[in-house]
Design a protein around this ligand. Structure first.
Ligand code: ADP
Ligand code: MG
Length: 288
């Protein structure tokens, strides 16, 4: 009877918005007792808007936004679209970029009129001089802060606000009811991560994790004895999705994430992580 059960459960899963790419790993979902979530784009909408620009002495806010947005036109990161749309709203003329490159999980680099421009994470400017009090304050408000450099000189910081997905809150609560441990794994700043985790009721937080370390972190969690599902959307999540017992990609995320996942949440709803686990239980019960 198993093949019929599988056929039926496949059509049920399609209706529920679950695209199952790896049957065997999907069936293992019934044993999962820890769910690791990426933050940006997974627990949050990944729809950023610029809320603050803080300039260093000798620089002005409009130039900082113009440099950042010109460069971010070449990036697909959610931070990038937030910065570009903010500059577009202001009708700023964006500059032509040469030699663009991205440093996944850290930021981007390119040349404008022969000058090197970077938009990067706080980790990148650790040794530089800037208003740390201001930075801490913005981070504690849950804002993601990036830094704009021209020829390796800090020109200012841009703060962006993202929105927590209401459905993520419900997902975490349902997992808690099932006694499933919830963990956040993010490349973003610790303070922002803590703020989001608190909104959602997440049990454990790992922040400032570089892309390669996301997979290592999942491995470490597995080695502690957890059966781990990893949920993510970004290029930086792909290795971690492949490392987990069950990799779950957000449908609105990157192709790379979807290709590395066992299941895709077509509706991009984190709550479907819970339906997925329920379905795997039901499918199993029918098979035995
Ligand atoms: P998450 O793990 O929450 O999805 P990422 O690993 O994608 O976050 O990004 C981690 C950090 O790297 C961001 O918070 C930001 O500081 C920096 N970053 C990544 N891409 C960009 C970009 N295009 N522009 C500016 N900063 C970036
Ligand atoms: Mg992400």
């Amino acid at each position: 009877a198993a093949p019929l059960v599988i056929a039926v459960s496949t059509s049920i899963s399609a209706k529920k918005g679950l695209l199952i790419r790896n049957r065997a790993n999907f069936e293992g979902a019934r044993n999962v007792n820890a769910v690791v979530f990426d933050k940006t784009g997974t627990l949050t909408k990944g729809e950023f808007g610029v809320t603050n620009i803080v300039s260093q002495e000798g620089y002005n806010e409009n130039d900082i936004l113009t440099w950042a947005a010109s460069l971010e036109q070449n990036s697909e990161h959610p931070i990038a679209s937030g910065i570009v749309s903010s500059a577009n709203e202001k009708d700023f003329d964006l500059k032509k970029i040469e030699e663009f490159s991205s440093i996944t999980g850290k930021g981007i680099e390119g040349k404008i009129d022969g000058r090197k421009v970077n938009v990067v994470s706080p980790g990148y400017v650790e040794d530089m001089d800037y208003d740390r009090e201001q930075f801490e304050k913005l981070s504690e408000e849950g804002k993601t802060v990036v830094f704009v450099l021209v020829d390796d000189e800090l020109t200012g910081m841009v703060a962006l606000a993202d929105m927590v997905r209401e459905t993520a809150k419900e997902a975490v609560a349902s997992l808690k009811d099932e006694e499933i441990h919830s963990i956040m794994l993010t490349g973003d700043n610790q303070k922002v991560a803590d703020w989001v985790a608190k909104q959602l009721g997440i049990d454990e937080v790992y922040a400032e994790v570089l892309p390669d370390d996301k997979a290592n972190q999942v491995k470490t969690i597995k080695e502690k004895g957890w059966k781990v599902a990893m949920t993510g959307d970004g290029v930086n999540d792909a290795p971690a999705l492949a490392t987990a017992d069950l990799g779950i990609a957000i449908g609105a995320g990157t192709d790379v994430a979807m290709e590395s996942a066992d299941v895709v949440l077509v509706k991009s709803n984190p709550k479907d992580v819970v339906s997925l686990m329920e379905l795997s239980h039901k499918t199993y019960r029918k098979m035995i």
